[in-house]
Design a protein around this ligand. Structure first.
Ligand SMILES: NC(=O)c1ccc[n+]([C@@H]2O[C@H](COP(=O)([O-])OP(=O)(O)OC[C@H]3O[C@@H](n4cnc5c(N)ncnc54)[C@H](OP(=O)(O)O)[C@@H]3O)[C@@H](O)[C@H]2O)c1
Length: 220
């Protein structure tokens, strides 16, 4: 059985998760960050694409709250994660799993494994390219992961929503405008309002100046 997936990210009022220069720190305020860490602690795994690791070098921990660090899952088809990425340093490597494609370099794979990282190859997606995300989630399920918090970035979010693998959404909206930048979600094949994915059981909270809105995704 595949794990339940919660999509969680911070966006500006006009829908961007990063500025044109790739920076995304910090879109939301401290209260939202605390909330993100506490939601992380309630999931078995946090998932990001390798583009986010390259851009932000995140630690993907729950260091701001009490709780257990989830497994860090990086979707990295070609194992291009930088050697100095925080999530593969000696203090963190054992809790990091990298899901790669079938053609990832064997020597690179061995080097990462020797650091203590778990490397899990899956098939390529024959239609959209990249890692086969349904298979990736199935592999995580077989390893005991029941819940995943998907935190970005744009390309991985888009693929996951397009493949209908996102069950819940929890978005922080910050009162900032960028005018241009990286949209949270790209094209997912919807061209008319009647087909918009709609959330159910919606709840919202004010976190200082930010708004946190969450709900379940209804796929017709
Ligand atoms: N505001 C927020 O909450 C937030 C959160 C996270 C990230 N961000 C921002 O998002 C930006 C990074 O986003 P991004 O789109 O460049 O990178 P990304 O979505 O983190 O990673 C995308 C990469 O993952 C790999 N991948 C493998 N299989 C894939 C698949 N099936 N679908 C999609 N990707 C797959 C691809 O690299 P290979 O082809 O090499 O495998 C792809 O280029 C940064 O600017 C970061 O700051 C913002």
């Amino acid at each position: 059985m595949r794990p339940q997936v919660t999509l969680a990210y911070a966006q500006t009022l006009d829908g961007y998760i990063a500025a044109s220069d790739g920076s995304s720190r910090w879109i939301s305020g401290h209260a939202s960050l605390l909330r993100t860490h506490s939601v992380r602690a309630s999931h078995d795994a946090i998932m990001v694409g390798v583009g986010t690791v390259v851009a932000d070098n995140p630690r993907l921990t729950v260091r701001l709250v009490q709780g257990r660090n989830p497994i860090r899952v990086i979707i990295d088809g070609r194992l291009r994660i930088p050697d100095d990425a925080a999530v593969i340093q000696p203090d963190m490597a054992a809790g990091t799993w990298i899901i790669c494609g079938p053609d990832a370099d064997v020597i690179r794979r061995r080097a990462l494994t020797q650091r203590g990282v778990v490397v899990l190859p899956v098939a390529a997606d024959p239609f959209m390219g990249g890692v086969h995300l349904t298979q990736a989630l199935t592999v995580l399920g077989h390893r005991g992961i029941r819940s995943v918090m998907l935190e970005g970035g744009s390309r991985l979010i888009t693929s996951m929503v397009r493949t209908r693998l996102v069950d819940r959404v929890a978005i922080t909206i910050a009162p900032k405008l960028l005018g241009a930048g990286t949209s949270a979600i790209g094209g997912i094949g919807i061209t008319t309002m009647a087909d918009a994915l709609t959330l159910t059981s919606v709840q919202s909270h004010r976190l200082d100046d930010d708004i946190w809105i969450e709900g379940s995704v209804r796929y017709e």
